[in-house]
Ligand binder design. Structure first.
Ligand SMILES: Cc1cc2nc3c(=O)[nH]c(=O)nc-3n(C[C@H](O)[C@H](O)[C@H](O)COP(=O)(O)OP(=O)(O)OC[C@H]3O[C@@H](n4cnc5c(N)ncnc54)[C@H](O)[C@@H]3O)c2cc1C
Length: 457
């Protein structure tokens, strides 16, 4: 099998590469190899009732398949260079923003029309945050919502499927360099191409490390973010979420001068399990449809942990901590803030008596037995800081779910074309370590596709 371009991974990075190639060079033969299933066949068996923890499916339906890790996400496309990745370091800030806006246009023309764009610019909250030792990061955010995000993916697939060849349930095992181009090898066969775009996301991070080792491509890895997901009545944050939808707020702790930040805010949303390499961690969703909205808002509070040489196993460190919570709670642990402050575990009775109805069935427990003290102290400080701009955040009944871990892929050494030391071998999206978000991953896909199409970028 010979193609002009092979794309490995059908997450946002891979999808937008394929889309742009289809538009800019329709004559090129393009194939996409994806470890997971088509969108409609992606179902996670964890329902929180009968099946509470991971049953280790062959491919994880949450992280893998058409749409990648973003398929069941909240579909927040942040248009900013302030967070979500460091794509701008490779392609420049203006280009990065231009591509993120272009991705937004594509989303709008594929079912996202009518969704709202929120912006921090000119908002009064910046002042309020600064007055309380908090920093509000700048961004515009298109909120598709989990439901519309799914529809956009359906429409994109419908447009791509007749022009691009998709191989689902076909994880690529190895990449070989040929005299001209590359060979990709999978369980039942192999395929060749001139250009190869690798877009394997977070779920492909271990595979990516192996490929870099085999092909002698330089990498570095030193960061993991750890924390909890906070759930509270939506009214407590409504003055922020109504205007900004998602506010990315950063706090520098007084005790350790660590950075704690809010992440992935879901107004009127739900808290969900997330499966990373068989370890159950926590995340959040929200929906555009009124009928699916809850009375709660959730967001993560994460502390960034940077390690210095010679320690390189930052993700393994995060996994070990997440595994601890699974050991104690059989999955995700939930604790009332008041119980954490009083040094006692939560139990079902106290949670049931509280004013907040949890949206995830998690095991009541004690997060201080799981998270390192330094991280726990940072989170508690941040909750009190947020209480000043959103009174009620530090209420006893506020629920904390743990643990939430944000893994960072090792950074692959790339040039300003997002190309490795092999001409024609590109690494994009979260798998490159350059991006950590839907918009940056998608933009990196467009960027590389345009180069392959011969455009000067
Ligand atoms: C629950 C959840 C909610 C999120 N919410 C948001 C949000 O609201 N906003 C935001 O900006 N970001 C969000 N994110 C992050 C966002 O989903 C990712 O940043 C984005 O999906 C990265 O895109 P990607 O294409 O680089 O990788 P991915 O989306 O991870 O896709 C990679 C694909 O490659 C496939 N793959 C891996 N290895 C191989 C292999 N060897 N062979 C073939 N295929 C392979 C995988 O199966 C996967 O489908 C969320 C993530 C999760 C998990």
């Amino acid at each position: 099998m010979k193609y002009d371009v092979i794309i490995i991974g059908a997450g946002p990075g891979g999808i937008f590469s394929a889309y742009e190639l289809m538009k800019k060079c329709p004559d090129k033969e393009v194939a996409v190899f994806e470890a997971g299933y088509p969108l409609e066949k992606r179902h996670c068996p964890i329902d929180g009732v009968k099946i509470k923890s991971c049953v280790h499916c062959e491919t994880c339906a949450i992280m893998s398949g058409f749409g990648g890790a973003g398929a069941f996400s909240d579909g927040k496309y942040n248009i900013t260079n302030d967070f979500g990745g460091t794509l701008y370091e490779y392609i420049g800030k203006d280009k990065a923003l231009e591509l993120m806006r272009y991705v937004d246009e594509i989303n709008l023309s594929h079912g996202g029309e009518g969704t709202r764009m929120y912006s921090t610019s000119g908002s009064e909250f910046k002042k309020l945050c600064i007055q309380n030792k908090l920093t509000l990061l700048d961004a515009s955010v298109r909120h598709l919502g989990t439901d519309i995000n799914y529809i956009v993916l359906e429409h994109l697939f419908a447009e791509l499927k007749d022009r691009v060849e998709f191989f689902f349930h076909t994880p690529i095992d190895r990449i070989e360099k040929l005299d001209h181009g590359f060979k990709v090898i999978y369980k039942d066969g192999e395929a060749e191409c001139e250009d190869c775009i690798v877009s394997v996301g977070r779920s492909g991070s271990k595979w990516m490390s192996r490929i870099c080792e085999e092909l002698d491509i330089d990498t570095r890895s030193n960061r993991v973010d750890l924390g909890v997901r906070v759930e509270l009545p939506a009214v407590i944050f409504s003055h922020l979420t109504d205007k900004l939808y998602e506010s990315k707020i950063v706090y520098r702790t007084e005790k350790f001068e660590d950075q704690v930040r809010t992440f992935c805010m879901n107004p009127n949303g739900i808290v969900v399990n997330e499966n990373t390499n068989g370890i159950v961690t926590v995340n959040g969703h929200s929906f555009e449809g009124e009928d699916k909205k809850t009375e709660n808002t959730n967001f993560a509070l994460l502390v960034a942990k940077h390690f210095s040489e010679p320690f390189k196993a930052s993700n393994e460190y995060g996994e070990s901590i997440a595994r601890l919570s699974n050991m104690l709670g059989g999955g995700v642990i939930v604790q009332r803030f008041g119980d954490l402050e009083r040094g006692r575990r939560s139990n079902q009775k106290r949670i049931d008596e509280g004013t907040i109805r949890p949206t995830l069935a998690a095991t009541p427990g004690d997060l201080s037995l799981v998270l390192p003290k330094r991280i726990m102290d940072g989170i508690i400080e941040m909750i009190y800081a947020l209480d000043k701009i959103a009174p009620g955040t530090a209420n006893d009944d506020t629920l904390l779910y743990g643990v939430e871990v944000k893994f960072y892929n090792m950074e692959v050494k790339l040039n300003d074309r997002l190309e490795t030391n092999y001409k024609g071998l590109y690494v994009i999206g979260d798998g490159s370590g350059v991006t950590h978000s839907l918009s940056h991953a998608s933009a990196s896909g467009i960027y590389v596709a345009r180069q392959i199409a011969g455009e000067s970028v």
